[in-house]
Ligand binder design. Structure first.
Ligand code: HEM
Length: 529
């Protein structure tokens, strides 16, 4: 006691001699130091044995936000090695429980509706961008009906009509774009694929009238909508900041463009179209009510946004991977010559099934570069983790990361190697899911209200998710990506600018991961040799 008094006196005296600014700085530093010490002690002393291990962190609230945010896959891998498949970390003050591997994917993605909830997490971000009454701004049962409307529009007949639309968009894009004039050149490929993706998706899914508007103002408005998706908006979605004001203006303007288009199409008495907007205009909820125009407009925004980020990032990665492996690009060209004919006739939907390597390119790229690295759910009631003593409390958020098992050597030999040939049964690198492909009957299917989907329980490869929130755009994305790749391969040879086999790093700064930019590649036209 005497020692403390001996020290406290001179300390207080020195503190009093400091200027106000210095006093504030010392007080803040002291406060930080105390909170760090308390935070560290609480982690060392109060680990609850019924909760997954907590990733060590120095600062309360900040927790592991920075290490996670800089490179989520590395963060998952390192902590899986330390703690096993199930662990908790602090993400912006929230206890976030990661459960990786097939069991974790199943636990979270196939979780029961009474246990897990997506809308509680995502609505703050998505509702201002998409608009009211759709996706995460409505009860889950309504979302399931909305997904059904979208999914049933994506028929084989529709896909058959999309392939020529997408091929023509790709060919005409490369013909008219200044960066691809001449015999060869160097280009940052990412923005080019972003444009190709929006032109092809809008034309196929929303009709020519909407596609043409992307040459005018729609592209800028979508860019403003996009800014609403920055991760900071998980906290600041409500704030009257410039980017949020632009987001709100863009949402109103884009929704009006769609609603005017719907009115015009109804007035024309259009019949037999294959785009999703047309299908929604003729869909009815179980209540007997037709889908209101504002909901169709908002679903159009949601669909284009959902598809845009994932498909444009994937197509950019494909082109970058091809530039790093010109031999595979050549294999792709020869596959078309061999299976479709040396004259390379116009591409048809049926042709895609004749090009297994072209299909494998998409699969392998999604294995290593799935654009959605973290899928989150709120916990609605305490969830016991089977086979462990853990119970996840409602104060935690659950996080699934299917990319972890997709790059685990337990399931994929030489997991870091991008090797599309591995998806053939004969390849020595073929993963077990290809070697022992489950029978149709063995593969458990569930209907959440939008048609039968494979449960995916036990699969280490789920780039399109699983369960009630599973992607309904998978087939469209495959058709779109395979067509873009097939058409690009007909026109170009790619390589890295320095001729190496290196591949650029990943940008994790936005919600969807994508290549860092500029991602320059060297292109050379096949037809001008
Ligand atoms: C959901 C991935 C393309 C529409 C999802 C989910 C994933 C995913 C992982 C599940 C999200 C969750 O569980 O929270 C991808 C990838 C794509 C792609 C990798 C392309 C390579 C598309 C396209 C469309 C689309 C082109 C639209 C045509 C949707 C919709 C959902 C969804 C509507 C449902 C959201 C929900 O039920 O909560 N996607 N997607 N996606 N995706 Fe995709």
């Amino acid at each position: 006691m005497g020692l403390v008094q001996d020290l406290a006196g001179p300390l207080a005296e020195s503190f009093g001699r400091l200027g106000l600014a210095s006093q504030v700085a010392v007080a803040v530093a002291g406060f930080l130091l105390v909170s760090v010490v308390l935070n560290v002690f609480s982690q060392l002393l109060f680990q609850d044995a019924n909760e997954p291990p907590l990733v060590f962190h120095w600062f309360p609230f900040v927790g592991s936000t920075i290490t996670y945010g800089m490179d989520p896959p590395r963060f998952f891998k390192e902590n899986k090695e330390k703690h096993g498949d199930c662990f908790t970390f602090i993400l912006l003050g929230k206890k976030t429980t990661v459960y990786v591997g097939p069991k974790g994917n199943d636990f979270i993605l196939n979780g029961k509706i009474r246990d897990v909830c997506a809308e509680d997490i995502y609505t703050v971000l998505t509702t201002p961008v998409f608009g009211k009454d759709v996706v995460y701004d409505c009860p889950n049962a309504k979302l399931m009906e909305q997904k059904k409307f979208m999914k049933v529009a994506l028929t084989t007949e529709a896909f058959r009509s999309y392939v020529p639309i997408i091929s023509d968009e790709v060919t005409s894009y490369f013909k008219r774009t200044a960066d691809f004039k001449g015999k060869s050149g160097i280009v940052n490929i990412c923005p080019k694929l972003a444009q190709i993706t929006i032109f092809t998706a809008s034309h196929a899914l929303q009709g020519k009238e909407i596609r043409d508007k992307f040459d005018e103002k729609l592209a800028d408005l979508y860019h403003d909508l996009d800014m609403g998706f920055s991760p900071i908006n998980f906290m600041l979605h409500w704030a009257p900041l410039p980017w949020n004001n632009r987001r709100d203006h863009a949402q109103r303007t884009v929704a009006k463009i769609y609603m005017d288009t719907i009115k015009a199409r109804r007035a024309r008495g259009e019949t037999g179209a294959q785009d999703i907007m047309y299908h929604l205009m003729n869909s009815t909820y179980k209540t007997g009510n037709p889908v209101p125009d504002h909901e169709i407009a908002h679903m159009m925004i949601a669909l284009l946004m959902a598809g845009q980020h994932s498909s444009s990032s994937t197509s950019a990665w494909i082109m970058l991977r091809l530039a790093s492996r010109p031999d595979i690009m050549e294999d792709l060209y020869q596959e078309q010559v061999k299976n479709l004919g040396a004259d390379l006739p116009p591409l048809a939907y049926e042709d895609l099934a004749k090009l297994p390597l072209n299909q494998a390119i998409v699969k392998e790229t999604l294995r290593l570069h799935a654009p959605i690295h973290s899928i989150m759910r709120a916990v609605k009631q305490p969830m016991p983790v089977p086979g462990t003593k853990f119970v996840i409390p409602t104060s935690h958020v659950l996080l699934a990361a299917p990319g972890v098992s997709a790059s685990d050597e337990q399931y994929f030999p030489e997991p870091d190697l991008w090797e599309p040939h591995r998806w053939s049964k004969e390849s020595p690198l073929a993963p077990s899911i290809v070697r022992n492909e489950p029978d149709e009957e063995e593969d458990e299917k569930v209907d959440y209200g939008y048609g039968l989907v494979s449960k995916g329980a036990g699969s280490p490869y789920l780039p399109f998710g699983a369960g009630r929130h599973r992607c309904i755009g998978e087939q469209f994305a495959n058709v779109q990506l395979q067509t873009i790749v097939a058409m690009t391969v007909r026109l170009f040879r790619f390589r890295n600018v320095d001729g190496s086999d290196k591949v650029i790093g990943t940008d994790y700064a936005s919600l969807f991961s994508r290549p860092l930019e500029p991602a320059n590649i060297y292109w050379e036209r096949r037809d001008q040799e």
